[in-house]
Design a protein around this ligand. Structure first.
Ligand SMILES: Nc1ncnc2c1ncn2[C@@H]1O[C@H](COP(=O)(O)OP(=O)(O)O)[C@@H](O)[C@H]1O
Ligand SMILES: [Mg+2]
Length: 265
C-alpha cells in the first residue's frame, strides 16, 4: 500500500479585493507515493505545489477529495511528517543546539538522551562545533542544515520539503543537495520534495511528477533510473541530459501557461 495518497483532490481559495472570487489551486489532483520513495514534485510557480504539500502536512484541508498517510486520513499536522521550508523553520533566539533539541524535549525525551542525539545530528549535517551559535551568525546554507537536523532528530517516516534550497546560491545548493542524498542513503524515508528546478529533481528523485499550470493536476510521471548512490557528477552523464530534455519539453509549455494565467489574474 502506498505511504501517501491524494485522491481526486480539489482545493479552492476564496479571495476578496480586486480579484474577488474562487481560485482553484488544485483540481482533480491524484498522487500516490510509495513507502521510502523519494518523489519530486516539479511544476511552474503558482501551480499548487505548496498547496499539495500543505495538504499532506495537515496544514490545510482539501475542498474535496481525500489525503491519506499510512492509510489514515490527514486531519492535522503530526510528528510522523517532518516539514522543511525554504526559510529554515528555526527559532532565531535559540542556539543551534537548542533548536535541534526542541522537538524531542517537547515530546518529553530525557535530557541526557537528547544531548547525545543532538550531537549525533549536528555531526551528520556537518554542524559539529556550531552548537552554541545563534542562527543569525550562520550563513543561509548553515541555517538550512539546522532546519534539517531539527526535523531529522524526530525521525519522521515522512519528510516533506518545500523548495528547501531555493534561496541558496548555486554552489551552496549543490552542497546541500549532496548532503541530503547522503542522509537519505543512510535512512531512507518517504520524501516529497518540491522544486521548480529540473536538475534538482533529477539529481534527487526516484520519480518525478510534473504538474500542469494552475489549476494544478498531474501532467506526467517519470521514473528516474539514474544509479544510486548519486552525487553531482551524475548531472554530466548522457542519461541525465536525455532525461533533462524530456522534462524540459513537459515543463516549458506549463511554465508559459503559468505566466499567462498570472497575467490574467
Ligand atoms: N491562502 C491562499 N489564499 C488565496 N490563494 C492562495 C492561497 N494559497 C495559495 N493561493 C494561490 O493558489 C495558487 C497555488 O499556490 P501555491 O500552492 O503556493 O503554488 P506553488 O507552490 O506551486 O508556487 C496560486 O495562484 C496562489 O496564489
Ligand atoms: Mg510554493
Amino acid at each position: 500500500m502506498p505511504e501517501i495518497t491524494l485522491k481526486d483532490v480539489v482545493v479552492e481559495f476564496q479571495r476578496g479585493g480586486r480579484n474577488a472570487g474562487t481560485l482553484t489551486a488544485l483540481d482533480g489532483f491524484d498522487l500516490a507515493v510509495r513507502d521510502r520513495e523519494f518523489l519530486c514534485l516539479l511544476g511552474p510557480s503558482g501551480c499548487g505545489k505548496s498547496t499539495a504539500l500543505n495538504l499532506v502536512a495537515g496544514f490545510q484541508r482539501p475542498t474535496r477529495g481525500e489525503v491519506r498517510v499510512g492509510g489514515e486520513l490527514v486531519m492535522a499536522p503530526g510528528p510522523a511528517r517532518g516539514v522543511v521550508f525554504q526559510d529554515a523553520n528555526i527559532f532565531p533566539w535559540l542556539s543551534v543546539r537548542a533548536n535541534v533539541a526542541f522537538g524531542p524535549l517537547v515530546q518529553g525525551v530525557d535530557k541526557k538522551v537528547v544531548r547525545a542525539q543532538v550531537d549525533s545530528y549536528l555531526e551528520r549535517v556537518g554542524l559539529a562545533g556550531f552548537g552554541e551559535h545563534l542562527p543569525l551568525e550562520l550563513s543561509g546554507g548553515m541555517r538550512q542544515r539546522v532546519g534539517l537536523a531539527r526535523v531529522l532528530i524526530n525521525d519522521p517516516p515522512v519528510l516533506l520539503m518545500d523548495e528547501p534550497f531555493g534561496a541558496l546560491d548555486a554552489q551552496t545548493r549543490i552542497i546541500m543537495q549532496e548532503l541530503l542524498l547522503a542522509l537519505w542513503e543512510n535512512e531512507r524515508k518517504t520524501v516529497i520534495f518540491i522544486t521548480h528546478d529540473i536538475d534538482e529533481a533529477l539529481l534527487l528523485g526516484d520519480r518525478i511528477v510534473v504538474m500542469s499550470a494552475r489549476p494544478g493536476r498531474v501532467k506526467c510521471s517519470l521514473q528516474v533510473s539514474l544509479p544510486r548512490p548519486r552525487n553531482y557528477q551524475v548531472t554530466t552523464t548522457e542519461e541525465f541530459m536525455a532525461l533533462r530534455r524530456r522534462l524540459f519539453d513537459e515543463l516549458s509549455p506549463e511554465a508559459q501557461r503559468a505566466d499567462r494565467v498570472e497575467a490574467l489574474h
